[in-house]
Design a protein around this ligand. Structure first.
Ligand code: PLP
Length: 352
C-alpha cells in the first residue's frame, strides 16, 4: 500500500478469485466454469466483421443485447440492465440501493463478493448465520430494514429456497431492495423472475458465465421494474457507459440464439452432478443437495485442506474456503464425465 491510498480503503480486503494457475495443466474444477465451449452461434458471431467494429465505440445503451435478453425472457429492454459480468451488476446494486446507515444483509456463508462490495461502499453489513445444515431461516429476513442480497441457489452450499419463500421475504421488506443472485439458476431451483412483475423492490441477477460457457466474456444482467433499471442505468452512465465491449455484446446476442445447445449441456451437467454425488456418497463423502454445477462436500476422515492439496497434487484444482464453518468442505465444479471419473478415483485414493 502506498501512502496515497484513500484512508477509507486502508482496511479494504479485496475479493480473492479462484486460482487460474499456469504452472501445469490441471483439471480445473475450482471456479464453476462450464466444461463445454460456447454455442456454435457465438463462434460464428465473433468474426471479422465484429472485429472490424472494434474501431468504434459500442452502443452505450447496450440496446441490441438488452432487446435480445428481453425477447428471450418475454420482457421489454427497459426492464433489463446489462453489465460487465454479474459482479458488475451486483456492484451497481450495492452502489445504488444501500445507504450507509441502511446497510445490507446477506447470509454468513454465501458469495464472497457481497462482503467486499459492502466494505468498498462503506456500508454497514449484517451477516445472518445460516442454520447448522446451511439451510436459510426465512423469517430471519423479515422486516430487516436493510437491502437484502441472496444467492439462490446459494454458493458454495448449493442449496435453494423456493419462490414462495423469496416472495415472503420480498413482501416482508416492502421499503427495501431484495436482490436475488441467480448465477446457478439454470441448474436447479425456481427463478424469482415472475415476481418482478408484481414487486417494485425486487431485482433478479443472472449471468452468461456459468450455464452459457462465457465466463471470459464478462456478461451479466439484472431484471426488475423500469424504475429500478433506470436507477442502475443512471449510475452506469455516471461511471462507465461503455462497460460491455462490442465483442462480448455480439457473443451475448449469439449465445441467446444458442439456447437449445446450452439447455442440452445443462441437462448433461445435471446428470453428471447426480451421478458423481452417488459415487462420492459411496466413498463416505457427505454432500449438500446441490442444485448447481458444483458439489459441496466433506469427508469424516479428512480435512478440507487435505482434500484440496491431495487433489492438487493429483492435478485437480478445487476450491477450499478456510473459514470456521466451511473449513471441512471443498467445493468442486461439475466437469465432463471423464473429468469426474478422474476426480472420483483421486478421491478414492485419498480416503483409502
Ligand atoms: C460466479 C458467480 C457470480 C459472478 O458471475 P459473473 O457474471 O462472472 O461476474 C455471481 N454470483 C455468484 C453467486 C456466482 O457464483
Amino acid at each position: 500500500m502506498s501512502r496515497f491510498l484513500s484512508e477509507r480503503f486502508s482496511e479494504l480486503r479485496a475479493f480473492v478469485p479462484g486460482e487460474q494457475p499456469r504452472d501445469r495443466q490441471y483439471i480445473k474444477l475450482n471456479t464453476n466454469e462450464s466444461p463445454y465451449p460456447p454455442a456454435p452461434q457465438v463462434t460464428a458471431a465473433v468474426n471479422g466483421d465484429a472485429i472490424s467494429k472494434l474501431r468504434l465505440y459500442g452502443d452505450p445503451e447496450n440496446r441490441l443485447l438488452r432487446e435480445s435478453i428481453g425477447a428471450f425472457l418475454g420482457l421489454p429492454p427497459s426492464r433489463i440492465f446489462a453489465a460487465n459480468g454479474s459482479d458488475e451488476v451486483l456492484s451497481y446494486i450495492f452502489m445504488a440501493f444501500c445507504d450507509k446507515d441502511i446497510g445490507v444483509s446477506f447470509p454468513d456463508i454465501s458469495y464472497g463478493f457481497y462482503n467486499v462490495y459492502a466494505d468498498l461502499y462503506g456500508l454497514s453489513k449484517h451477516e445472518i448465520p445460516l442454520n447448522e445444515d446451511f439451510s436459510l431461516e426465512i423469517a430471519d429476513y423479515f422486516n430487516l430494514g436493510t437491502t437484502i442480497v441472496l444467492a439462490n441457489p446459494n454458493a458454495p452450499t448449493g442449496l435453494c429456497i423456493s419462490r414462495a419463500d423469496i416472495e415472503s421475504i420480498v413482501k416482508a421488506n416492502p421499503n427495501n431492495i431484495v436482490a436475488i443472485d441467480e448465477a446457478y439458476i439454470d441448474f436447479g431451483g425456481e427463478s424469482a423472475l415472475p415476481l418482478t412483475e408484481k414487486y417494485d423492490n425486487l431485482l433478479v441477477v443472472q449471468t452468461f458465465s456459468k450455464s452459457r460457457s462465457m465466463a471470459g466474456a464478462r456478461l451479466g444482467f439484472a431484471i426488475g421494474c423500469e424504475g429500478l433499471i433506470a436507477d442502475l442505468e443512471r449510475l452506469r452512465f455516471s461511471n462507465n457507459p461503455f462497460n460491455i465491449n462490442s465483442l462480448s455484446s455480439a457473443a451475448g446476442i449469439a449465445a441467446i440464439e444458442g439456447q437449445a445447445y446450452y439447455d442440452k449441456n445443462t441437462a448433461e451437467i445435471i446428470q453428471t452432478r447426480d451421478y458423481s454425488t452417488k459415487k462420492l456418497q459411496e466413498l463416505g463423502f457427505i454432500l449438500t443437495k446441490s442444485e448447481t454445477n458444483f458439489l459441496f462436500l466433506r469427508h469424516p476422515k479428512l480435512e478440507g485442506r487435505e482434500l484440496y492439496s491431495g487433489l492438487r497434487e493429483r492435478g485437480i484444482l478445487v476450491r477450499h474456503f478456510d473459514k470456521p464453518r466451511t473449513r471441512d468442505y471443498v467445493r468442486i465444479t461439475v466437469g465432463t464425465p471423464p473429468q469426474m471419473e478422474q476426480l472420483i478415483s483421486a478421491l478414492q485414493e485419498l480416503v483409502s
